[in-house]
Design a protein around this ligand. Structure first.
Ligand code: PXP
Length: 241
């Protein structure tokens, strides 16, 4: 299992004052040096955190996996193909949302993903990952359109108010991960993960390949520093915590 660190909120902090710091590229380097397998950024249509020049600079500096998270607009597809990351994670995007609020509704986007989106990446070497809620129907449709990987939305699990609700969500994630694996796709996961809820997830959900973690990790790094924080996550992931 690999840790991919989402560095969007380094850019949020930078943009709050219009200065050149903190620099997402420098943060990415520290995360990689601490052992993270890769870096995730979400280039949003409104450029609220990561900007186009960050994408270029990250492409030039990240040595591990570069995961380009984006909405499947023609503008983003063009930038992504030009950037040539290792992985593209396709998400729904709403202008008013504070963060990605759920997975793609595959029934709604099926034709568009089959005809326009997935073919745009075919033959490029970029792995396509679709961000989905843990619904078996969505997973089957994602397989039909030709996705290489699924990133399971763990937000409902992470935000569960009760143990029962958390367990219910965990079981949905387990079944979803099994189905993704059966279909021959890679199983990724992300959203809302932190040092408290990650252990239960990784002890139970099978076949996890990449976990994508941003807000909680960057927030903890304000107190601990990025290097120590990344290492704490890696300790949990290697079962040594
Ligand atoms: N995966 C996806 C698809 C996301 O949209 C986000 C949020 O940008 C994350 C993972 C990381 O979520 P968090 O910031 O809550 O760790």
């Amino acid at each position: 299992m690999q840790l991919l660190v989402n560095i969007d909120h380094i850019a949020t902090l930078r943009n709050a004052r219009g200065e050149g710091y903190p620099d997402p590229v420098e943060a990415a380097t520290i995360c990689e040096q601490a052992g993270a397998a890769g870096i995730v950024f979400h280039l949003r249509g409104d450029r609220r955190h990561i900007r186009d020049e960050d994408v270029k600079n990250l492409k030039n500096s990240v040595n591990g996996i570069l995961d380009f998270e984006m909405a499947a607009t023609n503008e983003m597809i063009e930038i992504c193909l030009h950037t040539d990351p290792d992985l593209v994670t396709l998400v729904p995007e709403g202008r008013e949302e504070l963060t990605t609020e759920g997975g793609l509704n595959m029934e709604t986007v099926f034709d568009d993903f089959q005809d326009r989106v997935i073919p745009a990446f075919r033959g490029t070497g970029i792995t396509t990952s679709l961000f989905l809620d843990p619904n078996l129907k969505d997973i089957d449709l994602a397989h039909e359109v030709g996705a290489d990987a699924i990133e399971l939305h763990t937000g409902t699990y992470a935000n569960a108010d009760t143990k029962e609700e958390q367990n219910h969500e965990l079981q949905r994630l387990v079944k979803a991960a099994e189905r993704i694996h059966e279909k021959g796709m890679r199983v990724n996961a992300g959203h809302g993960l932190n040092l408290e809820n990650l252990p239960l997830l990784i002890d139970n959900v099978p076949h996890l390949a990449d976990v994508s973690i941003g807000h909680a990790l960057i927030s903890k790094a304000v107190y601990w520093g990025l290097e120590k924080t990344v290492k704490e996550y890696l300790k949990i992931m290697s079962g040594k915590s």
